[in-house]
Write a protein that binds this ligand. Structure first.
Ligand SMILES: [Cu+2]
Length: 261
């Protein structure tokens, strides 16, 4: 067993708390492209100590991240939660989705990043020595339960490694999404909800891997979405809200059935 020591600093960290956290150095998106599941981009290079964020908002199928010994949660279609992993050690890593063997990417972590804030010392060209030990994440050995049964209701938590108090002025409170009601009349869906502050509200309606999306930025109060001409059958609904500071609500899930005829 190779110990490569990838530290999982942040996992599913709410974006708004990033006031005292460096932004990720790279972002990878899970894409479906009509059944062609892949990570975009499929190759990423960052310096040691930097982080990479994997996002799922654009996905219409469940996906999961396995990289350098880290195994994330299964993210349902359109999930706003993300995985963010910091890589302190140089090396070559594979990032894969255990649910879809076609989803694999190559992450290169180069040698230590040179601190730029030291004006006195002349920054000498740091040779990026890539160590030979190549830890490979195991894509196959992960027994996964049914992809659909993922309650991601747990509040996002961080590992407490951020030193110091947050800046006093920073808005770190996610908007609350309340009283979410989904009703169907004929083939028309109405989703009604309340938000407690101005936010961009996103609706995802998924049936058989196809997702219809709506979003709108609204002030605090009642928000309505209407989706017409839904296919008959069961539709899964996910509502999330994000405020101007980037704080995201927990996803709220509903399910409706559209009758035939
Ligand atoms: Cu996948």
């Amino acid at each position: 067993m190779v110990a490569w020591g990838a530290t999982l600093l942040l996992v599913g960290y709410p974006a708004g708390v990033s006031a005292f956290t460096a932004a990720p150095s790279a972002t990878v998106t899970a894409l479906d492209d009509g059944g062609d599941y892949r990570w975009s981009p499929a190759t990423v290079t960052v310096a040691a100590g930097q982080s990479v964020r994997w996002t799922y908002e654009d996905a219409s199928a469940p996906h999961q991240l396995s990289v350098a010994g880290y195994l994330g949660a299964i993210h349902p279609p359109g999930d706003v939660e993300y995985d963010e992993v910091t890589f302190p050690t140089a090396g070559e890593y594979q990032y894969v989705c255990p649910l879809h063997p076609s989803m694999h990417g190559e992450l290169t972590v180069t040698g230590t990043s040179t601190p730029t804030a030291t004006p006195t010392s002349t920054p000498s060209a740091t040779p990026t020595a890539t160590p030979t030990a190549t830890p490979t994440a195991t894509p196959t050995a992960t027994p996964i339960a049914t992809p659909t049964a993922t309650p991601i209701a747990t509040p996002v938590s961080h590992s407490g490694e951020q030193p110091g108090p947050p800046p006093a002025a920073a808005d770190t409170v996610a908007p609350a999404v309340r009283a979410v009601k989904a009703s169907v009349r004929g083939r028309k869906l109405t989703v009604k909800l309340r938000i407690d502050e101005r936010a961009k509200v996103a609706l995802a309606v998924t049936r058989k891997g196809k997702t219809i999306r709506r979003s709108a930025t609204k002030p605090a109060g009642t928000v309505r979405f209407k989706v017409k001409r839904l296919e008959p059958g069961r539709h899964r609904i996910v509502v999330t809200a994000r405020d101007a500071a980037g704080n995201r609500s927990e996803p709220v899930r509903r399910s409706v059935r559209v009758k035939r005829g």
